[in-house]
Structures are given as C-alpha cells and as structure tokens.
Write a protein that binds this ligand. Structure first.
Ligand code: UDP
Length: 239
C-alpha cells in the first residue's frame, strides 16, 4: 500500500517524548543511540532524511502557560527545548558514523546553523541527516506543524510521524480492546471520522499540500528504516 520504495525525501517527526525512554523527562542515552542508529540506517538507504524534533520531554508552552508564564514566552522556552534535543540528536547520529546538521528556526549561531530552506537542501544533497530544531520559529505552533511546514517547503514525499503506537486506531487502543488499526486512510476520511492524526494546523497544511502522513511506532527497533523499506506496521494517510 505504501509507495515507500519510490520516496526520495522524507520528513520524520520525532517528539521529545520519544527520546526520554522509560524516564519521565529529559534524554535517555540508550534510547537516543537507538533512534540515532535507526536514522543513520534510514539515511544509508539513500533516502534524504530531515527530522523535525519536538521538545515535550523538557518543556511545552501550554504547561508553562498553565503555570502563569505568558504563552508567547512559554513557547520560546518550548522552542529552546527542541534545540536541546536537536543538538543531542545531531551528536548521537554522528556517533553512528553518519553526518548530521542541526538547523535552528530560531537563530543561535554560536550553537548551530540557522534554518533556511537552501541550507537544508544543501545538507540533504550531501547525504547528511538534517535536524530541524526550533519548530516553525513562532509561538502558538507545534513541532507537528513544523514537520508539515518543512515537508511542504522541502517537497518531501511524506511526513513520517513517530508515535508511541503503531498507527491510527478507530478508538484509543489503550482503553478500548475492540479498537482497530487503519492500514490506509484519506485525509478526508480522517476528518470525517474525527481521527486526530496530527494537530489541526499541521493536518490542514498536510492535507492542502497533498502530503502523505505515515503514523508508526518509534518503540520498534529500526522502525524508520522499516517504513522506508515498505515494511513495518503503520497507518498510511494519503489523498
Ligand atoms: N513550539 C513553538 N513553536 C513551534 C514549535 C514548538 O512555540 O513552531 C514550542 C511550544 O511551546 C511547544 C514546544 O515548543 O509546546 C515543544 O514542541 P512540541 O510540543 O511540539 O514537542 P513534542 O510534543 O513533539 O515533544
């Protein structure tokens, strides 16, 4: 069902949560190494890989706003959290023998290169894993929206959304044992059935640009590489 063997470039959305392993926050070194190894293998297949990394393992703007930090400022802190993850991921991927470049949507030139479409395309063409940190660079957005935005502007063939479950279900599989996983869906079916594939702004951007979204579990060993090979369990959302 998935035309994965024809993809030339993909955007992987990696939430901060994916990097904390069994911990409650922050970074888990073995988990970081495992995912970095997967990304290095994925890039070794020849597909260009851009990763949009979240920050929820350190900070989310909404949480800060709940504690009385004004939302725009809390979101700045959240964006900084994504840069922390981006820098850690960059090093972890290079430790696996694959070049990587973290590019921040919020310029921090002494820490990493600033994001530009041109720089991203340049590094991708060199076979480097590009890590897009800082989300969209604006408050009131999420890194899901950052992923859809980067995928659209980099003309990616798909957004691979790494989650804790192996796809989109008819109901929450943790609560409802009768929940069934979808293999394929259209964007319109996802809306009609009220299935939250990505947040609303991200989903709208993907839908308007005809971007396929692949939802899969990052808990599986070499999950990203498997998806690129057309193997691995996932839900494929496409027009
Ligand atoms: N954020 C933002 N603008 C963006 C992307 C992220 O302000 O374009 C902030 C926002 O506060 C968000 C935090 O960064 O809560 C971390 O990102 P996200 O919640 O998407 O991380 P994830 O849930 O994927 O780990």
């Amino acid at each position: 069902a998935m035309p994965a063997n024809r993809w030339k470039r993909v955007v992987v959305k990696l939430s901060g949560e994916a990097l904390m392993g069994e911990g409650r926050n922050g970074l888990d070194a073995p988990t970081l190494a495992r995912i970095a190894g997967d990304l290095a293998s994925a890039a070794a297949t020849g597909v260009e890989i851009a990763v949009v990394v979240g920050g929820g393992n350190f900070f989310r703007g909404i949480q800060g706003a709940d504690k009385g930090i004004e939302r725009a400022r809390a979101d700045s802190i959240g964006m900084l959290a994504t840069v922390m993850n981006g820098l850690a991921l960059e090093q972890a991927i290079e430790a696996q023998g694959r070049q990587a470049r973290a590019l921040s949507a919020v310029p921090m030139p002494s820490l990493c290169e600033s994001y530009s479409r041109r720089a991203a395309l340049h590094h991708l063409a060199k076979g480097r894993v590009v890590i897009c940190a800082g989300g969209t660079g604006n408050p009131f957005f999420t890194t899901d929206t950052g992923a859809a935005l980067r995928a659209a502007e980099l003309s990616a063939d798909a957004v691979l959304k790494a989650t804790q479950v192996d796809g989109v279900y008819t109901a929450d599989p943790k609560r409802d044992p009768a929940a069934r996983r979808y293999d394929v869906l259209t964007h319109d079916e996802a809306i009609a059935r009220n299935l939250a594939v990505m947040d609303t702004a991200a989903f709208a951007l993907a839908r308007e640009n005809g971007l396929p979204i692949v939802v899969f579990s990052i808990r599986e060993e070499k999950a990203i590489t498997a998806i690129l090979m057309g193997a691995g369990r996932a839900t494929y959302v496409a027009p």
